[in-house]
Ligand binder design. Structure first.
Ligand code: AP5
Ligand code: MG
Ligand code: ZN
Length: 214
């Protein structure tokens, strides 16, 4: 099963995809985390090219993003399906995903839009902490780690993302709002909207109900 989680920055795509990956066994594919790995952990050539876009809150060009994604879904852990978090983000990416899945005899099975109001997104991003090592996501109020500054999962150091500075958050919201409308049109008739303003477990239950075969 191939599931896309759509939503603006801070909507909870990463939080939900990580939880759902555990309950469903599907792989969690996150282009944001792949870029952070290339830029900050591994310092690759792709990371060098992506960094200025990432740090300005702009979309990384499609050719870089699509190439990286195609390589990722060729991995053996994606053979039975995956949860896409943060991809596709443009029409060209949506078309490329359809093509890449068709080559494998597969298709997008579910598109879930996690809807959250803008003022709540800003609040969430301002209080978010990520693990430098494993990428796990926390919030200082709604899902704090057991020990401040330390990841529950791997013991790694928690930090605030470079693109969570208020001026970059504004830019990300603007860019993503524009593209989201086009994606909702592209997947029209196939998108299920979920209320992303419930607590984390409530949102998770709603998504699980959408993606579980009835
Ligand atoms: P990416 O890392 O994907 O960032 P994003 O889309 O801006 O989304 P976020 O990761 O900020 O939010 P999220 O929806 O995952 O929310 P989270 O679960 O963390 O991309 C970063 C950059 O990489 C892009 O700007 C671009 O430069 C580049 N990039 C990535 N993909 C690309 C693509 N396809 N094409 C081109 N460029 C690309 O939750 C947020 C906070 O809220 C957390 O603190 C969490 O604990 C808390 N929270 C979550 N759910 C709830 C809840 N229900 N109630 C209360 N708090 C909650
Ligand atoms: Mg995320
Ligand atoms: Zn960790």
């Amino acid at each position: 099963m191939y599931v896309i989680l759509l939503g603006l920055p801070g909507a909870g795509k990463g939080t939900q995809a990580a939880n759902l990956a555990e309950t469903t066994g599907l792989s969690h594919i996150t282009t944001g985390e792949l870029f952070r790995d290339h830029i900050y952990r591994r310092g690759t050539e792709l990371g060098r090219k992506a960094k200025p876009y990432y740090e300005a809150g702009k979309l990384v060009p499609d050719e870089l993003t699509i190439g990286m994604l195609r390589e990722r879904i060729a991995g053996p852990d994606c053979a039975l399906g995956c949860l896409f978090d943060g991809f596709p983000r443009t029409l060209e990416q949506a078309e490329a995903l359809d093509e890449a899945l068709a080559e494998r005899g597969a298709a997008v099975d579910r598109v879930v839009y996690i809807k959250v109001a803008e003022e709540e997104l800003v609040r969430r991003l301002a209080g978010r902490w990520n693990c430098r090592q494993c990428g796990a996501v926390y919030h200082e109020a709604s899902s704090p780690p057991q020990r401040p500054g330390v990841c529950d999962r791997c013991g790694g150091e928690l930090y605030q993302r470079e693109d969570d500075k208020p001026e970059v958050v504004r830019q990300r919201l603007e860019v993503n709002l524009r593209e989201l409308g086009k994606l909702l049109d592209y997947y029209e008739g196939r998108v299920v909207e979920v209320d992303g303003q419930q607590d984390i477990d409530g949102v998770g239950r709603e998504i699980l109900a959408v993606i579980s075969p009835s």
